[in-house]
Ligand binder design. Structure first.
Ligand code: PBG
Length: 326
């Protein structure tokens, strides 16, 4: 035995009650947001091949995913959609008859107290798979895209979204969407902007799931370079200045430093998005027996909270909430 204080602390922490009392960072189901992919049709629940454990759901079957999630303590959902048609301007993104808008109205009506967030972008709806309107030279036209994105946000808010989540990464989109919502009298609808969204390899499985891979080129023209932390922070803080209510950091695991730096620079809530590639990394390691499922899920998501994120968007939300609640 030794009288060093650190040694005493180690001994004291062997007491699980004290260990629990002293936990500085915790993660709770109420802090989790579950992404959901909605598709056209009826009676559909189709497993997504690139993301085992995640499915495409038609609107009528959404209760099968929403009710168990709410049972586990999760009340917030982020919607992505597979439209019935695609065109150059991604006009199905603001069509009230498309899956996301139908899902929002259906759930708004059916579940009081549910918190609905809609991903606001063009890539799943545009035939070319880019996040905005293309110029003749094939680059994305930032300013013309703002007009389309504003229409998407307004249609999602009209359908019942509590918040819209622009993920396109155009400059000025938060201000444009804020103005469009306010003009329609929807100033109570919030904006959760993908403020620090990096050009990342970790979106791979999602692009298969959402059919949103660009048909040519990549997104490095508008998503942020992982090599440039100062630029990422500057860009993210611009969203805050434009009126964003919550800032998303994505992909969460590879961006813990970014979240920690943003935490020091803004008092807005932060949400870390553990994206499809992070999901698959962990899912595969669990499936092969390399990782202990419960410990790995708790540790990974706690690290995102520890980096300064208030909320965590994760495909593991229900599984994690059940572990936490057990
Ligand atoms: C749409 C969008 C993407 C993701 C969220 N919104 C794909 C992308 O930017 O290519 C990725 C989510 C994930 O990988 O889980 N712009």
């Amino acid at each position: 035995m030794s009288g060093f204080p650190a040694v005493r602390m180690r001994r004291l922490r062997e007491n699980s009650t004290l260990r629990n009392m002293l936990a500085e960072v915790t993660i709770e189901p109420r802090q989790l947001i579950l992404p959901i992919f909605v598709c056209p049709g009826e009676g559909v629940s189709d497993p997504i091949p690139s993301m085992p454990g995640v499915s495409h759901w038609s609107v009528d079957r959404l209760p099968e995913v929403v009710e168990p999630a709410r049972g586990a303590g999760i009340n917030a959902f982020l919607f992505f959609g597979l439209p019935t048609y695609k065109d150059a301007d991604g006009t199905s993104a603001f069509d009230p008859e498309q899956p996301v808008q139908r899902a929002l109205s259906f759930l708004r009506e059916k579940y009081p107290g549910i918190f609905l967030i809609a991903d606001t972008c063009m890539c799943e709806y545009a035939s070319h798979g880019h996040c905005g309107r293309l110029s003749p030279d094939g680059s994305v036209d930032n300013d013309k895209t703002l007009v389309l994105l504003s229409k998407v946000a307004v249609s999602q808010a009209e359908a019942g979204a509590d918040m819209v989540a622009p993920s396109d990464m155009m400059d000025g989109r938060v201000a444009a969407i804020r103005a469009a919502l306010d003009e329609k009298g929807m100033s109570a609808v919030g904006i959760m902007s993908y403020a620090a969204k990096l050009a990342s390899a970790f979106y791979g499985p999602f692009r298969d799931a959402a059919g949103s891979a660009p048909s040519f080129g990549d997104r490095r023209g508008y998503q942020l370079p992982p090599t440039n932390p100062r630029e990422i922070i500057r860009d993210a803080l611009m969203d805050a200045d434009e009126g964003a209510d919550i800032l998303i950091v994505k992909p969460a695991g590879p961006c813990l430093d970014i979240a920690a730096r943003l935490r020091e620079r803004t008092s807005l809530p932060l949400a870390g998005y553990a994206v499809s590639g992070e999901y698959m990394m962990i899912r595969s390691a669990i499936s092969s027996g390399a990782l202990d499922r419960e410990r790995a899920l708790i540790e990974y998501h706690t690290a995102i909270r520890r980096s300064g994120c208030d909320l965590v968007i994760t495909y593991f939300a229900v599984e994690l909430a059940r572990i936490l609640g057990a």
